[in-house]
Design a protein around this ligand. Structure first.
Ligand code: GDP
Ligand code: MG
Length: 208
């Protein structure tokens, strides 16, 4: 038997936000990653602000607190509270609807305007299973991601393709930022409970 770890025993807690146009599959990416569920209907999340899942990265337990919109993106009415303290983001578009890719630029601007410059951003082209309906090429999206210095992956929440990879990559990169970041020392000193010398609460990394 391995060592027992309580449910809420983690080394890092990271807030990650999901953004992108309505209907691109944000909620399904989240349910696929946190509950391994997919739903054919599009329903707005009511009453739930975020879902969590803990994963192992190297020798650390990372708890991701992933925020999903409740449909406000339809009116571009996402509040600054939604972005506050986020250290990672999945910016999602739908590979079958070109307009959702065109809007990525606006989302990126809004995201960068509300978060720390160290935030890890993954551009996600979802619904890659709909091959016959593709309207955004992988090359175009890759080029955009390179220009904007974001990570990039195509996913399918329906087929469980790359969903795990996309979230895991964001969380792994956040750890790299945390470990190499200039503010590492200050943070760890401030946040060290004696029994958890490496615990970092993302919210405190970027003071409110
Ligand atoms: P949100 O508005 O961005 O949260 O999008 P939803 O997660 O509610 O998904 C919108 C619609 O797209 C729903 O009908 C989903 O079933 C569908 N959808 C989501 N992800 C995928 C996917 O990877 N492939 C396919 N074919 N449909 C998807
Ligand atoms: Mg949704």
């Amino acid at each position: 038997m391995g060592a027992y770890r309580a449910d809420d025993d983690y080394d890092y807690l990271f807030k990650v936000v999901l953004i992108g146009d309505s209907g691109v599959g944000k909620s399904n990416l989240l349910s696929r990653f946190t509950r391994n569920e997919f739903s054919l209907e599009s329903k707005s999340t009511i009453g739930v602000e975020f879902a969590t899942r803990s994963i192992h990265v190297d020798d650390k337990v990372v708890k991701a607190q992933i925020w999903d919109t409740a449909g406000q993106e339809r009116y571009r009415a996402i509040t600054s509270a939604y972005y506050r303290g986020a250290v990672g983001a999945l910016l999602v578009y739908d590979v079958t609807r070109h307009v959702t890719f065109e809007n990525v630029e606006r989302w990126l601007k809004e995201l960068r305007g509300h978060t720390d410059s160290n935030i890890v951003i993954m551009l996600v082209g979802n619904k890659a299973d709909l091959r016959h309906l593709r309207a955004v090429s992988t090359e175009d999206a890759k080029a955009f991601a390179e220009r904007e210095s974001t990570f990039f992956m195509e996913t399918s929440a329906l087929e469980s393709m790359n969903v795990e990879n996309a979230f895991t990559e964001v969380l792994t990169q956040i750890i790299h930022v945390v470990k190499e970041g200039p503010w590492k020392v200050g943070m760890t000193q401030r946040l060290c409970p004696r029994d958890k010398p490496l615990m970092l609460v993302a919210r405190m990394m970027y003071p409110l």
